[in-house]
Ligand binder design. Structure first.
Ligand code: FAD
Length: 443
């Protein structure tokens, strides 16, 4: 089984609200011949597209190959939340890595948001960028901790965009009465994720990248001769690309390829599936859900996240599984947490339901790894990839052009393999995640 093909038709986007609302999506050719380039990027999501764009802008000869369509993976299916920071907070990072490295990582995460705004501006990417993401807390204890953390960021990092909310404030902001409070981040954003990916593809192509769709990479081989200029061969069904360097940007879908070429990444990055629905337009049902158009993510282990679409639907994400197959009825899986937060939507129609695969690591920090001059592999954003995957592309391009500082910083974060070895890793992960999800339900 291969997550690249187990839930979707080859070369076709899922039937999501994003695809339906993206307008005309450009089609790129399929590779049908052998080619040569400086850098071959595998994967047409944010990581791959941003890498290609930033390299091409510096005059590097880049080819990007995508098994399906540009933005077909998590980048075209996600919740669209462009959050602040990493999955792990600055206090955790400071304790693990020291103040200096923690601050350098914070600077990277802030630069990530600025980079996306700049790309949207420079390339006129119409992806409905909207400010405001609020956390939603179910328990007083968690709310207190979060407010303390907001104070810490204001003092230590001069980040003053976090506004605490009590239960009433949350109810007014979200239209849901189930939370005891939350913290609104006025420096975070939400956007249409597939339109962002399509815009990045257009920018990469306009900058000189050759983009190929429906081009599945089945193997990557290092040439074994001892010539000074070693080449790497990226093998597809209808052509081989010979490149000086290869970037593996396949994230949750890297399975088989990582097993062949990057044991480091295979052992440290695991796929999980997550699900989203789009309701019918809410105009006739209720006008009190998210009146100020912010996005929300709650504090559950299996996070529920939601926002309004520009055509006034509720896009609600919730539910996870850990195998190769999505549930047969995604709408019913997601309807449950959605109506827990919004009982007023019990009878509302669900027009679209889709799933996607993201990647997590043990420490929930991205996994940056340079195997050699020839092969770089970056993945495992652990739910923070909208900002970080785009930023990673820039950092990968810097490393390939000889500026290693930010890449080395991210690579230096200690990253342990998932336990269980190649046979038990997946079942053990599923067991652990199910246990934590159960704790949510027990309260
Ligand atoms: C349902 C869902 C909700 C999410 N919500 C959020 C959110 O709100 N905020 C947030 O920050 N993050 C979120 N994420 C995570 C975020 O979407 C990802 O971290 C990010 O998109 C990763 O980008 P990527 O380019 O690395 O991977 P992807 O976008 O998955 O792209 C990888 C690409 O590689 C291609 N590929 C893989 N193998 C091969 C091969 N052998 N040959 C050729 N091509 C190959 C795939 O087809 C795919 O298109 C969510 C993810 C999901 C699934």
């Amino acid at each position: 089984m291969n997550l690249l093909f187990s839930n979707d038709q080859p070369g076709q986007y899922p039937s999501s609200w994003y695809v339906n609302s993206a307008g005309d999506i450009p089609v790129y050719p399929t590779l049908t011949q052998d080619l040569t380039c400086d850098v071959c990027v595998v994967g047409g999501g944010y990581t791959g597209l941003s890498t290609a764009l930033h390299l091409a802008q510096q005059g590097v000869n880049v080819i990007l190959v995508e098994a399906h369509r540009m933005g077909w993976g998590a980048s075209g299916r996600n919740g669209g939340q462009l959050g602040t920071g990493f999955n792990k907070d600055q206090q955790w990072l400071t304790a693990k890595l020291g103040e200096h490295r923690a601050k350098a990582l914070w600077d990277i995460s802030e630069a990530a948001k600025a980079l996306i705004k700049q790309l949207i501006n420079d390339w006129t990417i119409d992806c409905h960028l909207t400010p405001g993401v609020t956390s939603a807390q179910w328990r007083q204890r968690d709310l207190k901790n979060e407010i303390r953390y907001a104070e810490y960021l204001a003092t230590e990092y001069r980040y003053e965009q976090l506004k605490p909310l009590d239960a009433l404030g949350m109810a007014e902001l979200t239209g849901s009465e189930v939370y005891c409070g939350g913290v609104l981040d006025e420096g975070a954003y939400h956007l249409h994720p597939l339109k962002l990916a399509i815009g990045l593809a257009r920018a990469a192509a306009a900058s000189g990248t050759q983009l190929f769709e429906n081009t599945w990479v089945t193997d990557i081989r290092q040439s074994s001769d001892n010539s000074v200029r070693q080449a790497t061969h990226v093998v597809t069904d209808h052509g081989v690309i010979q490149a000086d360097s290869v970037v593996l940007a396949c994230n949750g879908y890297q399975g088989k390829l990582a097993s062949k070429v990057s044991k480091h990444s295979r052992d440290r990055v695991m796929p999980i599936n997550n699900f989203i629905v789009a309701t019918e337009p809410l105009d006739d049902i209720t006008d009190n859900i998210l009146p100020s158009d912010v996005a929300v993510a709650d504090s559950r282990f299996v996070v529920n996240y939601y926002r309004r679409s520009h055509d006034n639907r509720l896009l609600f994400g919730g539910g996870e599984n850990y195998g190769y197959r999505f549930p047969a009825d995604i709408a019913s899986v997601v309807r449950k947490p959605m109506t827990e937060a919004f009982p007023q939507l019990a009878d509302c129609r669900i027009d679209y339901a889709w799933g996607g695969t993201l990647a997590i690591t043990m420490n929930r920090m991205p996994c940056f790894y340079r195997h050699s001059r020839q092969l770089i592999c970056v993945s495992g954003y652990s739910g923070h990839g909208v900002a970080l995957a785009v930023m990673s592309g820039k950092i990968i391009s810097e490393a390939l052009l000889g500026r290693h500082e930010r890449f080395d910083l991210l690579q230096s974060i200690p990253a342990h393999p998932f336990p269980g070895g190649s046979h038990l890793r997946s079942p053990l992960l599923a067991l652990a995640m199910t246990w934590y999800a159960l704790r949510d339900k027990l309260g």
